[in-house]
Design a protein around this ligand. Sequence first.
Ligand SMILES: *Cc1c(COP(=O)(O)O)cnc(C)c1O
Length: 382
Amino acid sequence: MRTPEDELATLSEEGLLRSLRRMESGQLICANSDGRKVVNFSSNDYLGLSRDEALVNAACEATRRHGSGSGASRLISGTLPPHHALEEKIAEWKGTQAALSFANGYATAIGVLGAFLTKGDVVILDKLCHASLIDGARQSKATLRVYPHNDLNKLEDLLRHYRERLPANSRLIVVTESIFSMDGDRAPLPEIINLVEQHHALLLLDEAHAVGILGSGGQGLAEELGIQDRVTFQMGTLGKAIGSGGGYIAASRSWIDLLLNKARPFIYSTAPPPAQAAASLCGIEVITSSRGEALRNRLWSNISRLAELLGKNPCSAIMPVILGTNEAALNASLALLETGFLAPAIRFPTVPRGSARLRITLSAEHTAESIEGLHKNLLKSS
Ligand SMILES: *Cc1c(COP(=O)(O)O)cnc(C)c1O
């Protein structure tokens, strides 16, 4: 029998061994790692909301009022007032009839694809979709097809092929992210939606890295482009810019009713603690307020600053510096850490082999000084 030590040794030889980093706070700009102060360029807390006083108070207040745990699954007796309030807010924000929240974004992807797809259906994913979407598609028993990243011609071919062959009763679902998590680039959303509609398919859009950053009220890319109402399933996480934890789907009432009847991670799991739902609701309230708009503007001026220094287009808060080998990425990340900047090395299987990289994420809380310091040391280390 193979031992865990053998497997760990293999991972280590390939430069693919991972370990936990001890942080005093995952979110502070000045995080404490191994006793040293570092500027954190690795968090997805894009607006700094996870330590915002309003969210922290909302979580404490919900805990005092409703308890630290929900006590049961959502369908039994675990649905408490903060869950209802959160889901009503998400639906209003996203312009849909209804919404459903989950324990996290991963469970949301598994839940929605598992609930809506079955044998005989077809799910078509962008090659760079997040692991949660791939895992959900795989577990669903539907036929899984992948198109090269943002390749509209290939997507159209696949849609045409399956639309001609699928029985009328079967589902055809296209899955993409709006901002891709490891590359920070955008999907050609209007073109994708046109193709989806032409071929009578459904669209699952994961806005994990667009929510809080794009859109008039931080709803994401679809709202920014004025096409929110043409997305069948608007998905996202409550754990990144929203500053709490959880995931959601916003859609029409019937889809949400079906989801709560069939999504296994929703049904067979204890409802998330009331504090999580209350902090999420507060996060969305902040994001849609004038304070949220000011935070978004600060984030965008930081994005523009680093994009200019790196000679890239300012697409999103995610800026990869692709280095190729695992070793190059690990060494660059370590060298940056020595100079007081945390930017993690991202390796296979999170990204394709040969495209190991530093993944830099910006926050509204970064200063021009820290961004310039990161850039200067980046040049030295990579
Ligand atoms: C982070 C992420 C998820 C998972 O969300 P969690 O709440 O962290 O589980 C899903 N999709 C994408 C694109 C992500 O980046």
